[in-house]
Structure formats: C-alpha cells, structure tokens
Design a binder for this molecule. Structure first.
Ligand code: AMP
Ligand code: MG
Length: 319
C-alpha cells in the first residue's frame, strides 16, 4: 500500500474532536463515527480536500458524495427548500439522506455533486459527528470510510484496515449503531418521492405518515443519476452465496436466527441487530481462510430490505 500519511487513531473526546476540526479546516481527511457507518470526512467547500476523498478511497469521480450538515438551516443553503422537504427533515437528525434540487453557486466543490443538478444532504444523529459539525463553519462531504467497492466500516478498526496510511486521522467513537448506510430519498421538483437506497429509515412509512399512502415502489437503486453505478459493492473480495440454509465446508457461513454459522447476524432473528452486525460479519468473512461465503436467508421487510440490498451487491461478481 502506498502510505501517503501516518494515520492517527484518536479517542473521540473533546480534545480529539477539536483536533479533528483543525485537520478538516486545513483540508485534511478524518474518518468519523456516525449512527450508520464510519464516514470519511473532508470540508465540502474545498475542491482539494474533496479530491483527497476520491483519491484515498479509489472512488470513481462520477459517484457523488453526501454532504453532512449540522441542521436543516445549514442544509437550506445548498438546496431548494419546499414544504415536502421540511416534512422529511422532521426525521433529522437521523439516518435519512435527502437528494434535492441543488442551489447553483452555493459554494460546494463541484466534485461533491459530480456534475448533477441535485445535492445529497444529511444531518447525522451521532453525538461525535454533531459536535464536529458544530465546531466548524463548513459542511462535511463524507462517503463511507472504506476503499471503494468493499465492505463499509462499523468500527475504527475497520477504517484502519482499509485506509491506514491514506487518511490523516480516525476519530474512534466505538462501534456504530445502525450498521447500514442511510436511507436515500429523492424529493423531486414536482413533489414526488423516490427511494434511491433502502436504509434504517422506513421511507414507505414516512410517506404514509404525510400522505396516507405508501411510497410507490419503483424498484430500489443506489442512484440512476450517477452513471454506471456499480452493481458490485460491499464486497468481501470472494464469492458470496445468498439464501443458504445448508452451507458447504469451504464456505464461511453467516447465520441468522435458527440457521447457525461461523458467525451469526442475530441468534434471536432480530433484523436491527442483523443490520448492526452485517459489515462486521462481512469483514470476518473477508479475513477468513475459507475461499467462499454463504449467508442465511434474511426476511425482506423493514430494515431487512436494506440488509438484502447490501448483500445482493456484496454477492455481485466483481467488475
Ligand atoms: P457512500 O459513498 O457509501 O456514502 O454512499 C453515498 C451514496 O449517495 C452513493 O450511492 C451516491 O451515489 C449517493 N448520492 C450522493 N449524492 C447524490 C445525488 N446528488 N443524487 C443521487 N445520489 C447521490
Ligand atoms: Mg460506501
């Protein structure tokens, strides 16, 4: 690995957060805990800082970044703010990303939005990320803190495994809560809602809350707008078989509920526990000597949809 920096792992206390804020102000890269997964943050108003995110991750330049803000007021600097948007932001702070028509010349580095007419905005609930956003006067662009295409990090250790030597610092705030990335909801100019990525927030229930009808299910995608979005993502670097009740001997088995394995997502069959454990299990699968991975069936309801979305991409052949 080409070591560009020595990466410090720093405890996410007041001093650690202050140090992270200084590094970010100077255009550096800091991995930070959020309530979903660890994010790799840089100031979103600096083209140089944002370019470093793409370089450190090996992320294709057409894949835009989510802009993290401290509150709806800061978000409104960057996007058109309709009543629908105000409704949706009542879930903030929380694991909901809104893709909205972008305000022109609002000061974001162009690479953040990859030339799209929209911008993705999120106000995270994790206290460390919140304190960090309050201590800087710019928003933070932050994709997941892993090399592009591979398993997302839910601990500081996971971040170090893939980005040690490529980023300035990781703020260690322990293991993350939700375990899968934010739900992504596009709110169009005509007011229609579209799910771009399933996640911890149930967008169907949210839509029903405001409009008495569920969200139309146009099929989930991790954005049509980002051209060439890879079907393969979250890969442990070896073949993955899904819906397996009877794993082979050479398969690292990831269990769920009654179906056991080398590790389990949740012995008791809890989907939220499974979401929290998903990436840690995939990291263990990646490290295992076994050449293949088998995953037990996961019910496709609630956050189970987000889990199956990630698993399907983890199982897609690498390009
Ligand atoms: P990650 O890189 O894991 O944080 O995921 C970020 C996701 O947000 C990717 O799927 C991006 O394609 C998506 N995203 C970011 N900005 C936009 C946007 N303006 N429109 C649609 N999707 C976006
Ligand atoms: Mg990611």
């Amino acid at each position: 690995m080409d070591r560009k920096y020595v990466t410090e792992a720093v405890l996410a206390d007041a001093a650690g957060i202050a140090r992270a804020a200084r590094i970010l102000r100077d255009g550096g890269l800091v991995a930070v805990p959020t309530e979903t997964v660890y994010g790799l943050a840089a100031r979103a108003d600096s083209a140089d800082a944002v370019a470093r995110i793409f370089e450190a991750k090996g992320r294709p330049s057409f894949n835009p970044l989510i802009v993290h803000v401290r509150d709806a007021e800061q978000a409104a600097l960057y996007a058109d703010w309709s009543d629908d948007v105000v409704n949706a932001t009542l879930v903030w702070p929380g694991p909901l990303t809104l893709v909205l028509p972008r305000k022109a010349n609002a000061g974001l580095a162009p690479a953040v939005t990859a030339g799209l007419p929209t911008v993705a905005l999120r106000c995270p609930a994790h206290p460390v990320m919140q304190r960090l956003l309050e201590s800087v006067d710019f928003p933070l662009a932050a994709p997941s803190a892993n090399r592009s295409g591979f398993v997302s990090p839910t601990s500081a250790q996971h971040v170090m495994t893939s980005l040690d030597g490529r980023i300035d610092m990781v703020l260690d705030g322990g293991s993350t809560e939700a375990g899968v990335e934010s739900s992504i909801l596009a709110i169009r100019e005509d007011g229609s809602w579209e799910e771009l990525r399933p996640g911890p927030i149930d967008l169907d229930a949210l839509h029903r809350h405001y409009y008495d009808v569920g969200l139309s299910q146009g099929g989930t995608r991790e954005t049509l707008e980002a051209p060439g979005q890879m079907a393969s993502h979250y890969s442990p670097g070896k073949p993955v078989r899904l819906g397996v009740t009877d794993p082979e001997n050479d398969e690292f088995a990831i269990g769920f509920g009654a179906i056991g394995g080398d590790v389990t997502l949740s012995v008791g069959g809890s989907l939220s526990e499974a979401a929290r454990n998903l990436y840690a299990c995939l990291h263990l699968a990646a490290e295992s000597a076994k050449p293949r991975v088998a995953v037990a069936p996961i019910p496709d309801a609630g956050i189970g949809r987000a889990i199956n979305d990630r698993l399907k991409r983890a199982a897609a052949p690498l390009a």
